[in-house]
Design a protein around this ligand. Structure first.
Ligand code: AMP
Ligand code: ZN
Length: 481
């Protein structure tokens, strides 16, 4: 079976040939563990799980190494830990938060039928490797120490920007960020930074810190990009086969991973194939907390107050795989309902049937064509059509469903759960919110209170704040949990 994969680096679909078929190596950027993973985060986890299964099928389960990291050093983590555990020492608070969040993540994605990766490296357990890579980059003239930071000098890499297809001139012209005075070039990025002490620059608690690279005497911490370069090298080597993540990571995260790893090791590539999943939006809109359409995996799986589970994990997984991984996906309740209907039907058909030893060859061929899950699903639907009359079809159907991870001996009833996850008509909410603001402005408080109550009945909570510049009242809203 020949596998072809779309490579972001070359912008083409290419025949895949591993460097070493005995050790096929894949790295995927994992979660930053400070909060529940959302349904967008579930997309790369599911997509690359399907690829992991396919690689194991082709090269043998013992010949694939899949590393998916856990980012447990990050500004958002520090801030959240200080907020949630103000009474604990910062390092204890951070450890507690990251352990809790990682455990929750594992529980959530296990329900989605995701296999554990071969290794799951944590940033905090690879600090010496990160320091060593910083030192190597400085020694090779690709990085410099300034104001207790280590910075990557992008001008030292002639093809910086190749992955995301931008030239350095373009990037510099577009750089609107305020450039720190210690940077030599505006696009130079941080490999290592000093850790703030308590009391410094409005800092409530001290940031975690480690012994810094050569030439820096204060404690510091790694930047996000160097974390992945160091962990990938440790577990997969200087050059490996596949690197994946969401399309939002292509720039700057992956571009910078490439710069660090290639310049550190003097190699032509970091990974030979770069794969990116498209973005997920919810009911036609970008997912965001303020729009009230922010959906966590946990909340889709949760039981409601009647003890009824909302959606079965495999239904969520099937709903995700209905769209090709490179396309954007619109996450809707409709999509979940359709996936549930299909799975109920499949479960009926394969109940009591012995699964075939291998999935249908055409099904595997469809997946081998750049993970074409919609086409693989149409093979599955074809098998389902003939499964009632034809035992062989039923056996192949069961084996193919198992391969895809959407069916694993669940009883039919397991899939039958499902209720509408609150979908908010944000246009209507916005209209009511502005009507209420207008009522307040004309001092019609009776009407403004009535509108607030109407919104509350829809599960919408309002927050009024004064715009510090204009003094106007600005209202934001969120869905009550
Ligand atoms: P983060 O924790 O934000 O670094 O994201 C973890 C992974 O989820 C990365 O591979 C992101 O690209 C991916 N991701 C985040 N949001 C979305 C989304 N809305 N749609 C698809 N992938 C996403
Ligand atoms: Zn990464």
């Amino acid at each position: 079976m020949s596998l072809s994969l779309y490579n972001t680096l070359t912008r083409r679909k290419e025949a895949f040939a591993p460097l070493d078929p005995e050790r096929v190596r894949m790295y995927v950027c994992g979660p930053t563990v400070y909060d529940f993973a959302h349904i967008g985060n579930a997309r790369p986890v599911i997509v690359f799980d399907v690829l992991f299964r396919l690689l194991r099928q082709i090269y043998g389960p013992d010949h694939v190494i899949y590393a998916r990291n856990i980012t447990d050093v990050d500004d958002k983590i520090n801030a959240r830990a200080a907020e949630r555990y103000p009474d604990l020492a910062p390092e204890v608070g951070i450890r507690t938060l990251t352990e809790e969040t990682a455990a929750q993540f594992h529980q959530d994605i296990a329900a989605l039928g995701v296999l554990p990766p071969t290794v799951e490296p944590r940033a905090t357990e690879h600090i010496p490797e990160m320091v060593a890579l910083c030192n190597l980059l400085v020694a090779r003239g690709h990085a410099y120490v300034a104001a207790d930071h280590v910075l990557f000098d992008v001008s030292s890499m002639p093809d910086y920007g190749k992955l995301s297809n931008r030239s350095l001139e373009e990037m510099e012209a577009g750089a609107r960020v305020e450039v720190a005075p210690y940077k030599r070039g505006p696009m130079d990025f941080v490999l290592w930074k000093p850790s703030k002490r308590a009391g410094e620059a409005g800092q409530k608690t001290a940031e975690p810190g480690w012994a810094s690279p050569s030439g820096i005497t204060v404690a510091g911490r790694p930047g996000w990009h160097i974390e992945c370069s160091a962990m990938a090298e440790k577990h997969l080597g200087e050059v490996f086969d596949i690197h994946g993540g969401g399309i939002d990571l292509a720039f700057p995260h992956h571009e910078n991973e490439i710069a660090q790893s290639r310049c550190g090791h003097g190699t032509d590539v970091m990974a030979r194939v770069w794969m990116h999943n498209g973005f997920l939006q919810v009911e036609g809109e970008k997912m965001s907390k303020s729009l009230g359409n922010f959906i966590t995996i946990n909340e889709l799986l949760a039981t409601d107050r009647f003890g009824q589970q909302r959606w079965h994990g495999r239904v969520i997984r099937l709903a995700m795989l209905g769209t090709h991984y490179r396309q954007p996906i619109d996450w809707t309740v409709d999509r979940l309902v359709q996936a549930r209907t299909a799975l109920l039907d499949f479960a009926d058909l394969v109940h009591g049937v012995e699964a075939a030893a291998e999935p249908h060859p055409e099904f595997l061929a469809a997946l081998s064509d750049d993970l074409n899950t919609p086409s693989a699903m149409s093979i599955i639907h074809g098998l389902a059509k003939s499964a009632r009359r034809n035992t062989e079809s039923a056996e192949l159907l069961k084996s193919s469903l198992r391969f895809l991870g959407v069916y694993d001996n669940q009883s039919r009833d397991a899939f039958a759960v499902g209720g509408a996850v609150r979908a908010v008509d944000s246009a209507k909410v916005e209209a009511l919110v502005s009507a209420r603001l207008a009522a307040r402005k004309r001092k019609d408080f009776k009407e403004s209170d009535r509108l607030r109550d109407e919104l509350a009945a829809m599960g919408i909570q309002l927050k009024d704040a004064k715009d510090p510049k204009t003094g106007d009242i600005v209202t934001t809203w969120e869905v009550q949990s």
